[in-house]
Design a protein around this ligand. Structure first.
Ligand code: UDX
Ligand code: UDX
Length: 435
């Protein structure tokens, strides 16, 4: 089937390339000409493991192309996906749907045949109804169906998540919508990925509910880590013991500096707004958002304590290892490193950082931070090292070499990558989470 993917960002580009790999004919659209130019030159606008090869293979096979011209691209397309950004609106945390609605208008104005319009972006409950209204109001004479098909892709693992999903969620209001979506995902039928057909509104709520639940699970283990520090528990042992209960599961029970990224922070806020609008507050998620926000800054204070307090910290030199919100991505959106760096900068600490992929995106967001060329170069002369993102490059540092490079052997490990006993034996003052 010919399929159009509007929006070629982390979600649209990965989804388009994977659908092409399933054998569909995909046209990825973006309003940003620079992005389309890069893609037509085989350059990736984002870092996602495996994406460059997947795109090249499908472009060579003639199944994947890129354009800024939506009207001509949608001709003959059985499904038109909307995968544009739905960022938090300035100030009130509502999802900014102006891009989604703008694309819906453009589609309505250019549609010349029956097609299914699919909201792939994470959109608040009821958005599908509004997209349908916009399409009707556009005066198109064509038969169409608006379907919700939320994505559950994790950055850094997006291709695997797309090709081997735990489930596919399709929110459709008619048989035409369901029929076309079965065709779109037929290749996944083959490997028995469950397709969950439901109503549009339920599908929209499933997406927010899933992300909010995952954010709550992480926040739960982060608070248990704080308790462990005071009650003398080891959070790694506690998390493992809890996670062995198969009703709970061991995933997303890793303590850290708080969750970040382009989804959890934005989606939890948007869900709270929806709950407020419908007069049904989600008090648990309200607490999750509050706790997570304050945790990121608390991690900055943890570093100041490790430096001997506010007075002692002033003028000290601290190395940040990892800036992105998680490993294997270049995405800095809502990364905890931003809040940690701000607290330290405000305390008069001099910051040097290294991140394998994120420094280009990070520098304009962290003007006071000096970006370095390697972990060891960044570590030179440091009064403390802070491990913020658990990139593989930071998992097996040569501790002898680190000890020789630093001014003071202090490490604050916000991802519990290292072992306390091993660090003490190596002569480090070692601070970690929940241990
Ligand atoms: C975003 C949201 O973060 C995610 O929650 C939602 O599920 C999908 O959209 P992401 O792909 O990360 O995911 O957004 P982004 O990387 O900003 O990509 C959006 C792309 O759409 C950008 O390349 C932007 O240029 C493009 N775009 C935006 C259009 O092509 N047309 C528009 O009108 C607006
Ligand atoms: C998430 C959801 O997992 C995905 O299903 C949805 O489609 C988009 O949002 P993503 O934001 O890419 O994916 O990353 P994820 O791996 O979920 O991590 C999100 C944040 O939680 C990161 O900051 C990560 O460091 C943190 N995290 C994750 C923890 O602190 N502990 C964990 O155990 C897991």
């Amino acid at each position: 089937m010919k399929i159009v993917m509007v929006g070629s960002g982390y979600v649209g580009l990965v989804s388009g390339a994977c659908l092409a790999d399933f054998g569909h004919d995909i046209v990825c659209i973006d309003k940003d000409p620079a992005k389309i130019d890069k893609l037509n030159k085989g350059e990736m606008p984002i870092f996602e493991p495996g994406l460059a090869d997947l795109v090249a293979k499908n472009v060579d096979a003639g199944r994947l192309s890129f354009t800024t011209d939506l009207p001509s691209a949608i001709e003959g397309a059985g499904a038109i996906f909307i995968g544009v950004g739905t960022p938090s609106r300035r100030g009130d945390g509502h999802a900014d749907l102006s891009y989604v609605y703008g694309v819906a208008e453009e589609i309505g104005a250019s549609l010349k045949h029956a097609a299914v319009i699919v909201t792939k972006s994470t959109v608040p409950v009821g958005t599908g109804d509004e997209v349908e209204r916009i399409l009707r109001a556009s005066g198109t004479a064509q038969k169409f169906s608006v379907v919700s098909n939320p994505e559950f892709l994790r950055e850094g693992a997006a291709i695997g998540d797309f090709k081997r999903p735990d489930r596919i969620v399709i929110g459709a209001e008619d048989e035409f919508g369901r029929e076309v979506m079965r065709e779109v995902y037929r290749p996944l039928f083959l490997n028995e990925s469950p397709i969950h057909f439901t109503s549009r509104r339920s599908a929209e709520l499933i997406k927010y509910g899933a992300n909010a639940f995952l954010a709550a699970k992480i926040t739960f283990i982060n608070e248990m880590a704080d308790l462990c520090e005071r009650a003398g528990g080891d959070i790694q042992e506690v998390a493992r013991g809890i996670g062995l209960d198969n009703r709970i599961g061991s995933k997303f029970l890793h303590p850290g500096p708080g969750y970040g990224g382009s989804c959890f922070p934005k989606d939890t806020l948007a869900l709270l707004k929806t709950a407020e609008d419908y007069g049904s507050p989600l008090q648990l998620i309200e607490a999750v958002v509050k706790v997570n926000e304050s945790r990121k800054r608390a991690m900055g204070r943890k570093v100041i304590d490790a430096l001997g307090g506010a007075q002692a910290a002033r003028g000290k030199r601290v190395t940040l290892l990892g800036l992105t919100f998680k490993p294997n991505t270049d995405d800095m959106r809502d990364s905890p490193a931003l809040a940690v760096a701000q607290v330290l900068t405000d305390a008069g600490v001099e910051l040097i950082a290294y991140d394998p992929e994120g420094m280009e995106q990070a520098q304009p967001m962290m003007p006071h931070v000096t970006m370095s060329t390697s972990p060891y170069a960044a570590i030179e002369g440091a009064d403390a090292i802070v491990l913020i993102t658990e990139w593989d490059a930071f998992r097996a540092l040569d501790l002898k070499r680190v000890k020789e490079l630093v001014r003071a052997p202090v490490m604050v490990d916000l991802r519990n990558v290292y072992d306390p006993a091993e660090m003490r034996a190596a002569g480090f003052t070692y601070v970690s989470i929940g241990r």
